[in-house]
Design a protein around this ligand. Structure first.
Ligand code: PEP
Ligand code: MG
Length: 737
């Protein structure tokens, strides 16, 4: 392999050596092309003229069958096999026995390696193993790009095939960049073991520490409750204890591999087998198995688990199975253009942070990790949820155009920055941004928003490894207020629990965490927690206004209890001679439907209200906001939901209390159009939505729109599709949505 000769010569030499070593008359290498054709790249024994001429499609002939099923075929009499297809150009009619193995990398088939004999020979198990090991070497050679020059003009290797994945849009930017694998694939270079006793011992030791580390992960996860995370760890444990796995690893070592190569070989076999499974449960488990095998490789090679710090390209697109918000923040975010995740929901922490960072993000992109190679060109279209791996030039050109178009549009939004958000008939709408991290703060002046309408304080807690102390919280909130200057900031008290897990906060397993012990419920039951936060906020706001609202309030009395905690803290600070805030405004998030039936009492008690449409929708429709199966099933613009939103804003204005809305719908032009028509005069959204929403507001004549929407709502269930109607309205009136 190390000899410096051309690729063809190297392949020719490899097949010659294999044939000689296996006492086979034929040894051939077939390579899978991007058009699904297997092409003969080198042979010892078949007619030399058939090299680069003889071809088979995947699924056709024995070679095609091996490629399709990704498993070896060992036949004493190949010609009697029903799949046998005779290729006259090769002159293979005189050979009877046949052994072929797939050339696999990360479970993908890159080609097929075959030996043949004239006699009716049965190849021994060790020979199958040896051929598979050689196939691993070939796979690395292919992946390193060594055989690219041998492909005919116009043809391409399957390895370099453009791949198009359809996932879900998590954040709507567009990124052109290069793949960085969050968990880089480990390349095993030392394949052949010198001393199998020694290798078996190494495997034993690595297995033992792997099992310990999985037990440890499980023990630690016991404190953060149940759910998917724990299920995955349970699956790890199951695999780690699996005798069959250990036995296959030992056999591979006994056949002459190093422990690392054995792990890789067994992982390849298992992957290939499991990829053929259609059962989604089993396919899911494949990821767990992959993770575990990678952990074992890292144990063997003495490398820590987790992302390897290295030079990031300037245009990095991180591809990961899943990751935590903190892991994303470990990267230098100035170099990250895009993020592709196989898992995670659109409201997961990592998705929220990616959005805050303005990173184009696509989730639920199946098999992205296995299909991508580090350094591959990639396009992430967060608008449509598409990912293009190794895109052909026409796709790339189209995207370069799209990026230019978006940049022009951004430029137009920038020009609007200092313009007021006023409708054509003179109604002004206050546009705020949602924030939660330090890096959100520069967006406030850049976006032209009038304030921060929702500051999610839990994000700071989520990215910390331990509970932030009062002094840390205080310093952080003071920085936020400093950055906002004279623009108002509405803080929200800790909204943890549910899907927002703090690794250091012990909680109990819950069947329905979203409806469980979370947010204000937790705050009232653990007053020390809420008190600390309130104290930090009050001290940070010394000499200025403090606006604070409470999440997940279900009964007005909960607000009163929270307010009492705030009052006690004010008294405490005054007693100790601290300066207080000049003015305190306390509010409530309307996101649990029960509040809709307590609006009179609510508006009698609070200074302001902000509608959390994400949760209100999920609870009104009994439809988990993170469940992708339900995504898009119910429309936020359906009469039932719009009537609820209308009720809140009308009661608010009757009580003269400010009402705002800070869920995701506020940042979507069509939805925001409906909101202003219903009477909302304050919206809070991701900073990048401010421009598009302002453009929509400024182009809208509100009076007639409101009339139209209200009459549609009156028609109730017989009303036509409201979303479609509003789209039509926008198109007819030149409103950019
Ligand atoms: C909401 O529920 O609409 C909201 C804004 O809060 P969060 O998304 O943080 O739950
Ligand atoms: Mg909420």
């Amino acid at each position: 392999m190390a000899e410096s000769i051309g690729a063809q010569e190297r392949l020719d030499k490899i097949v010659r050596i294999i044939a000689a070593n296996m006492v086979a008359e034929v040894c051939s290498v077939y390579v899978l092309r991007s058009d699904g054709v297997l092409e003969l790249y080198a042979t010892e024994g078949l007619k030399a003229t058939s090299v680069h001429r003889a071809t088979l499609t995947v699924g056709r002939g024995l070679v095609g069958l091996i490629a399709a099923e990704a498993r070896p075929l060992n036949l004493p009499d190949a010609q009697s096999h029903p799949a046998f297809a005779y290729l006259p150009e090769t002159g293979e009619e005189i050979y009877h026995s046949f052994l072929g193995v797939p050339i696999l990398r990360a479970g993908r088939t890159l080609g097929v390696l075959v030996v043949q004999n004239r006699s009716f020979r049965s190849y021994a198990e060790e020979e199958v193993e040896a051929l598979q090991t050689t196939a691993m070497v070939l796979a690395e050679m292919f992946a390193a790009g060594e055989i690219e020059d041998l492909t005919a003009p116009g043809a391409d290797l399957d390895l370099n095939r453009p791949v198009h994945l359809k996932g879900a849009s998590f954040w709507d930017g567009i990124a052109l960049g290069h793949v960085v694998l969050h968990e880089p694939r480990i390349v095993v270079t030392q394949l052949i073991g010198e001393d199998s006793e020694h290798e078996l011992k190494r495997l034993d030791a690595a297995m033992a520490s792997l099992r310990l580390s999985v037990d440890d992960l499980l023990a630690r996860s016991a404190s953060v409750g149940t759910g998917e995370h724990r299920e995955i760890l349970e699956a790890y444990r199951m695999f780690a204890q699996d005798r069959g796995w250990t036995r296959r690893l030992q056999e591979a070592i006994e056949a002459g591999l190093t422990a690392e190569a054995a792990v890789e070989k067994v992982q390849n076999d298992t992957r290939a087998r499991m990829l053929r499974q259609t059962d989604p449960f089993l396919r899911d488990r494949l990821h767990d198995f992959d993770d575990l095998a990678n952990r074992l490789l890292r144990e063997l090679m003495g490398r820590p688990h987790g992302p390897v710090a290295g030079e990031l390209p300037e245009d990095a697109v991180i591809v990961a199975r899943n990751m935590g918000a903190a892991e994303l923040l470990d990267y230098d975010h100035r170099r990250i253009r895009g993020l592709v995740l196989e898992e995670a929901g659109p409201t997961s922490h990592v998705a929220i942070v990616a959005r805050a960072l303005g990173i184009a993000t696509v989730g639920q992109a199946q098999d992205a990790v296995a299909l991508a190679e580090a350094g591959d060109p990639i396009i992430v279209d967060g608008e449509t949820g598409e990912v293009h791996l190794r895109p052909p030039t026409d796709i790339e050109t189209a995207y370069i155009d799209k990026v230019r178009f978006r940049a022009r549009r951004q430029e137009q939004y920038r020009l609007l920055r200092d313009e007021p958000a006023v409708t054509r008939d003179g109604v002004s709408v206050a546009l705020h941004v949602n924030a939660g991290l330090m890096m959100d703060l520069p967006h406030l002046p850049e976006s032209g928003a009038v304030g921060i309408g929702l500051f999610r304080t839990e994000l700071q807690f989520m990215i910390s490894s331990a509970f932030p102390r009062q002094s840390e919280q205080q310093a952080f909130y003071a920085q936020v207020l400093d950055a906002a200057g004279d623009k108002p900031v509405t803080f929200r008290s800790l909204d943890v629990g549910g899907d927002k897990v703090l690794p250091y906060l012990r909680s109990q397993a819950e069947e329905n965490p979203a409806m469980g012990w979370r947010a204000i419920r937790l705050g009232l039951d653990r007053p020390a927690l809420l008190r600390t936060q309130v104290r930090a906020l009050l001290r940070a706001a010394a000499g200025r206004e403090l606006r604070l609202m409470f999440p997940m309030v279900t009964e007005v009395s909960e607000f009163q209890r929270a307010k009492a905690i705030v009052q006690r803290e004010i008294a405490h600070l005054t007693r100790h001679g601290h300066d207080g805030a000049t003015r305190i405004r306390l509010g409530v998030m309307v996101e649990v439907p029960s509040l809709l039936f307590q609006l009179d009492e609510l508006f009698g008690a609070v200074d302001f209200v902000s509608v959390g449409s994400n949760d209100l929708m999920q609870f009104m429709m009994a439809s988990d906001r993170g469940n992708t199966r339900l995504a898009g099933r119910f429309d936020t613009l359906c009469p039932a939901f719009l009537r609820a939103l209308k009720l809140v804003v009308e009661k608010g204005s009757a009580a003269n209390a400010p009402v705002s809305l800070c869920g995701e719908m506020a940042g979507r032009p069509i939805e925001a159009m409906a909101l202003i028509a219903l009477g909302y005069r304050s919206l809070s959204m991701a900073s990048s939505s401010v421009g598009p929403i302002k453009a929509m507001v400024r182009a809208t004549e509100l009076g007639p729109l409101r009339e139209r929407l209200l009459s549609l709502l009156d028609e109730g269930l017989s009303a036509p599709d409201i979303r479609g109607e509003l789209r039509g309205w926008a198109a007819a009136n030149g409103i950019p949505v």
